[in-house]
Ligand binder design. Structure first.
Ligand code: NZQ
Ligand code: ZN
Length: 384
């Protein structure tokens, strides 16, 4: 393993029905002016909005709403949130939603404390923010693990870029899987595949030699696959739902990344496609992953073969055949759970958008072989 320093700041509340206790305990400790951040409408439909309002009123909080945070949150929405924070002297941001709401709030919390434009500060000056409005996250759709880290993926619509920005860690994360029961199964599947993708992208990073982080990772991957199968069979399987929620957190709380330089090339390509098409994140990953791994077959044979054996339970006559069977098993799983394997299934038919994505995506140093932009375009075309 590579050397590392590990410190982890996020307090975790995990378990069915834990949200009320978590909110009441944690919000007691913060200032009076609270920004309640949420997405497009599910929070009100599910009744959680009214419950949160009641709990916050019991604590005498002044609540400012910041609703309408869209999937693939935009930079303009970040600026809207930062303005609300400043205008209302917000002391604490409570993000309630999936990865999009949680990511947006991480950057709102930093932008609100800055005179500068946070996008330019990072991409032009490579400087990170240092002051933040404190935050907590209540996860209502699991999969991204966004509540576990300080990275956020933001779409800058004018620049046609969907890229990472860095904010603060949430001081606590509420992982109450009861709150995810209303998430449409399509999104549950997409979220769980995102978790599996985070695991694979970490596993395929450097070093390739098997280490403790990777062995724990293998267990998380098996867990996601089996629990997603259980949940699709029986959406009332609360145990499987909870396991998926914790697996999502495990993939992004840093544990699996200790001693590793992660890969995340699939993510970088998906984000670039997302910037041009606003596509669903988990679905985009499902389309790209098998095609990317076929390209990395030679450079990553041994690691792909080990994943094939330990995660998918397949073995061929040679390492390369085993690796190939693993990629086929991954592709079969994607079909089995009903995720797309082609862009056309997602309504993406314009080659020019894929060329633009290939030309703008970030090429990661952690990938076992760095691809050229033309290769990335070719692999995107293979998936038309
Ligand atoms: O907007 P509302 O009405 O709330 O509906 C949302 C949204 O349409 C719905 N939803 C959420 N909770 C629900 C619910 N519907 C019913 N009941 C509930 N309890 O789910 C839909 C998708 O939500 P979204 O937050 O967009 O999904 P997800 O959690 O997959 O987040 C995706 C975003 O996270 C980024 C992605 O790029 C994308 O922008 N990622 C963030 C990461 C991170 N910070 O670590 C890592 C990931 O790799 C990813 O890139
Ligand atoms: Zn992801």
């Amino acid at each position: 393993m590579n050397g590392f320093i590990y410190q982890y700041p996020v307090k975790q509340y995990f378990g069915n029905g834990c949200a009320e206790e978590a909110i009441k305990t944690e919000l007691k400790k913060v200032g009076n002016n609270v920004l309640l951040a949420y997405g497009g409408g599910s929070l009100k439909r599910t009744g959680l909005y009214d419950k949160l309002r009641t709990w916050l009123e019991e604590l005498d909080k002044n609540v400012t709403d910041f609703g309408g945070i869209m999937p693939n949150p935009t930079y303009a929405k970040v600026q809207e949130g930062a303005k609300l924070v400043r205008e209302n002297n917000i002391d604490f941001i409570l993000a309630v939603g999936g990865g999009s709401v949680i990511d947006c709030c991480k950057i709102v919390s930093a932008q609100a404390m800055l005179d500068k434009d946070i996008w330019d500060m990072w991409y032009d000056e490579h400087r990170l923010p240092t002051k933040f409005i404190p935050m907590g996250a209540v996860v209502t759709a699991s999969g991204t693990g966004a509540e576990q880290n300080n990275g956020a993926v933001i779409t800058h619509e004018e620049k046609k870029l969907k890229q990472p920005l860095f904010g603060a860690f949430h001081s606590f994360a509420v992982l109450d899987s009861d709150l995810t029961k209303t998430v449409p199964m399509k999104q549950v599947i997409s979220g769980a595949f995102d978790t599996l993708s985070h695991c694979m992208e970490t596993y395929m990073g450097k070093p390739q030699a098997t280490n403790l982080s990777d062995e724990i990772n293998e267990a998380v991957m098996r867990n996601v696959i089996s629990n997603l199968r259980c949940l699709i069979q029986n959406p009332d399987d609360d145990f499987a739902r909870g396991e998926l929620m914790w697996a999502s957190a495990m993939a992004e709380n840093g544990m699996l990344k200790l001693g590793k330089q992660t890969d995340f090339q699939c993510h970088m390509i998906e984000h670039a496609v997302g910037a041009y098409t606003d596509c669903n994140h988990g679905q985009g990953l499902a389309v790209i992953h098998p095609a990317l791994y076929r390209r990395l077959l030679d450079a990553g044979t041994e690691k792909l073969a080990r994943m094939a054996e330990t995660v998918w339970g397949v073995k061929g006559a040679t390492s390369k055949k085993t690796a190939m069977q693993g990629i086929e098993a991954l592709e079969a799983f994607i079909r089995e759970i009903g995720l797309p394997t082609r862009w056309c299934e997602m309504g993406i038919t314009d080659e020019r958008l894929l060329r633009a994505a290939a030309d703008t995506c970030f090429i990661t140093p952690g990938c076992c072989r760095q691809l050229t932009r033309d290769e990335i375009f070719e692999l995107l075309l293979e998936c038309m």
